[in-house]
Ligand binder design. Structure first.
Ligand code: S3P
Length: 431
């Protein structure tokens, strides 16, 4: 396991960073390109471990995918041109790969076995396999198809009207993908709106997706027409640099090409409410995903409450927000966020325990955490990513504001979504 020591910068963090491509959009571009008719060229693709798992799985299903320095070229097979994989499909650490791919595989009459790493083995799959079984796919797995390894043989699907108990883009997307070959119109309704990259991108691939409030409707029988995709920077990765800039004295961090899809910008709302010194300049773009340049300066922050429909719009940013809240004046309450328990780790437990170990005043609740801000440095010491990329990056940020260095164990987990994370931090420090 790799270790990294993070020290306080001598001066502030200053400079301009182009954050890596959006993970959610990169996965979808490869999957949709694979099941489209024609060739899809993807620029800005995130070459992180999770998205590389998606490429590997699609190749095993018979898709020719070329990896060039500056782009990915997917030679689509069409939804009816995929082939039975000879080996088990291994999704590594990637929840998006296994859940979205399950939706695609539900449309296929051949057999598949899906596995992942130790973290994937603990994550709930029933939320996806349940509705896919209702559509008539044959799915089995540990605990009656709730856990990996999963076995999927699909085909002959019926449309369903599904009311999801969770606001999850992975659940919604799996059902939408399966509905491409279902008999009739499928509807998915969520309690709150989750990220809508699937809906936007399918429209670009000329699929008719109807969105009304929190319901998405899709008619079976659609074919995807290949299109080129430009992947914007990942706001979930940008979030760590935004927090770094806000909490480190004498800083000015400029992030360009950041994806600012409104279903993802909860972190911007939070930073604004906490009083961050931030400026956003929206780009003029014809892409189906909006982008902006965001400038963050060192900020005096105040605690706030984060709950309700804001949660799905910033669920992946909560580890970064927890660090931010330790440096705010007053109390920050995060609630309605029980979903954190089923991410790459139980992010309520991992973040609370580790921030406590560095001297933060934080406690776990049933559905979130409460942080008493202290506007004083953390203590430094040894922390662990526990194999969770976002926990690793959040804990690394603590080194910027700690009295003594932070030693992060298991740093390689960060390669899942932000392989250049430490390189970028160093670039900002050297200026
Ligand atoms: C994702 C959706 C979210 C998010 C994950 C990526 C996606 O998960 O946490 O990192 O690409 O659809 P849920 O759909 O489970 O909320």
């Amino acid at each position: 396991m790799l270790e990294t020591v993070i020290n306080k910068p001598n001066t502030g963090l200053v400079g301009t960073i182009t954050v890596p491509g959006d993970k959610s959009i990169s996965h979808r571009a490869v999957m949709f390109g694979s099941i489209a008719n024609g060739t899809t060229e993807i620029t800005g693709f995130l070459k992180g471990e999770d998205c590389l798992s998606t490429i590997r799985c699609m190749r095993q299903l018979g898709v020719n995918i070329e990896e060039k320095e500056d782009k990915i070229i997917v030679h689509g097979k069409g939804l009816d041109g995929l082939q039975e994989p000879e080996e088990v499909l291994d999704v590594g650490n990637s929840g998006t790969t296994i859940r979205l791919l399950s939706g695609i595989l539900a449309t296929q009459s051949f057999s598949n076995v899906l596995v992942g790493d130790d973290s994937i083995a603990k994550r709930p799959m029933g939320r996806v396999t349940g509705p896919l079984k209702m559509m008539n796919a044959f799915i089995d797995g540990r605990d009656q198809g709730q856990l990996t390894p999963l076995f999927i043989r699909g085909g002959n699907l019926n449309a369903i009207n599904y009311v999801s108990p969770v606001a999850s883009a992975q659940v919604k997307s799996a059902i939408i993908l399966a509905s491409l070959r279902a008999n009739g119109t499928t509807k998915v309704t969520e309690p709150y709106r989750s990220r809508d990259h699937t809906e936007r991108m399918l429209k670009a691939f000329q699929v008719d997706v109807e969105v009304s409030g929190n319901t998405v409707a899709i008619k079976g029988g659609h074919d995807l027409v290949a299109t080129n995709v430009h992947v914007p920077g990942d706001i979930s990765s940008a979030a760590f640099m935004l927090v770094a800039g806000a909490i480190t004295k004498n800083s000015k961090v400029i992030l360009n090409n950041v994806g600012v899809n409104p279903t993802r910008t909860g972190i911007i709302d939070v930073l604004e409410k906490m009083g961050a010194d931030m400026d956003i300049e929206y780009d003029q773009t014809s892409s189906f995903e909006p982008t902006a340049t965001i400038t963050m300066k060192s900020s005096s922050l105040n605690g706030i409450t984060i709950d309700g429909d804001l949660i799905p719009r910033l669920i992946d940013e909560i580890p970064a927000i927890a660090v931010l809240a330790t440096q705010a004046e007053g109390t920050t309450v995060i609630k309605d966020a029980a979903e954190l328990k089923v991410k790459e780790t139980n992010r309520i437990d991992t973040m609370v325990n580790q921030l406590k170990a560095l001297g933060a005043n934080i406690r776990a609740t049933d559905d979130g955490m409460i942080i008493e801000g202290q506007t004083k440095p953390l203590t430094g010491g040894e922390v662990n990513s526990f194999g969770d990329h976002r926990v690793g990056m959040a804990m690394a940020l603590c080194g910027l504001i700690s009295d003594s260095p932070v030693q992060l164990i298991n740093t390689e987990a960060i390669n899942v979504s932000y392989p250049k994370f430490f390189e970028h931090l160093e670039m900002l420090k050297q200026k």
